[in-house]
Design a protein around this ligand. Structure first.
Ligand code: MLT
Length: 274
């Protein structure tokens, strides 16, 4: 299978052969680099594949991925999930532990629904299985209109602090600076596509209820975007899930407190490996 028009898969760590790889899906509006703090800390020597979702980092745009898949141009997380699955298969990966933060979690859940044979274990980090409220949908559409009209990413720059917990907004100015750099590296078209795709995503709680593999749900106790109650809702739906609440961290547990996130994903890999 060709990787032309498919999301970019970065092999960020090559581990012991014969073990399940870990696939990492990033949050909005970032790219695969947000996972690197965690990757450095992972025990068990896994191969780690970190994906740039359509339009972000080095990946082709959402409409280009859709065209390569023969799908329509309307923004859709189903297209994103199908693109990631196709890109992984093109890399020879038929089965993996899949973990995503926030937007990445929405895509991981769409992969469980559409490509269940691929998902040997599921990591849901600072994300939610429920759909948006009408108000949240309208806010996303407004952001999409603004970034398209301005051809700049300024409308989402406020996320450099909103993504952090109250503690680290004050204590870790280095993190908001990194987030700003990563956000400025993304294009307005990617931001608009992702916002419009997230706005129409369905509730996937029932998908989680049907999932039988091992799962871990990780959440910062100061996450205001996908709070602890949203994490608990997913744990309650899943048949075999652990909950890890990370103290003094917001939505970016992967960077605010990477050690417990790496430990949670390492233990998920061990459970999935059997
Ligand atoms: C993210 O971190 O990916 C976003 O907060 C997801 C969202 O906007 O729902």
């Amino acid at each position: 299978m060709t990787t032309d028009g498919m999301p970019q898969v970065h092999t960020v760590r090559r581990g012991a052969p014969g073990r399940l790889p870990l696939v990492l899906l990033h949050g909005f509006p970032l790219d695969h680099r947000m996972w690197l703090d965690v990757v450095d800390l992972l025990a068990g020597d896994p191969t780690v594949l970190a994906v740039d979702l359509p339009g972000f980092g080095a990946s082709p745009s959402g409409p280009d991925v859709a065209q390569a898949l023969g799908a329509g141009p309307e923004p859709s997380l189903e297209v994103v999930a199908d693109g990631v699955a196709a890109a992984l298969r093109a890399e020879g990966v038929d089965r993996a532990v899949v973990a995503g933060l926030s937007l990445g979690g929405y895509v991981a859940m769409a992969m469980v629904e559409r490509h269940p044979e691929l998902v040997a274990g599921l990591g849901l980090v600072d994300t939610r299985s429920t759909e948006d409220t009408d108000e949240a949908r309208e806010r996303r559409r407004e952001v999409a209109r603004t970034v398209r009209a301005e051809m700049r990413v300024d409308a989402v720059l406020g996320m450099r602090t909103a993504l952090l917990g109250a503690t680290n907004r004050v204590a870790r100015p280095d993190l908001s600076e990194r987030l700003e750099r990563w956000i400025r590296d993304q294009g307005p078209a990617a931001i608009a596509y992702a916002q419009e795709a997230m706005a129409v995503r369905p509730d996937r709680t029932a998908v989680l209820a049907g999932y039988r593999g091992p799962a871990v749900v990780v959440v910062g106790d100061e996450d205001e975007i996908a709070p602890v109650a949203a994490a608990q809702h997913m744990v309650d739906a899943l048949a075999d899930a652990e909950l890890v609440v990370v103290p003094q961290a917001g939505h970016m547990t992967s960077n605010e407190s990477p050690e417990p996130v790496a430990a949670a994903l390492g233990s998920l890999l061990a459970r999935a490996q059997g």
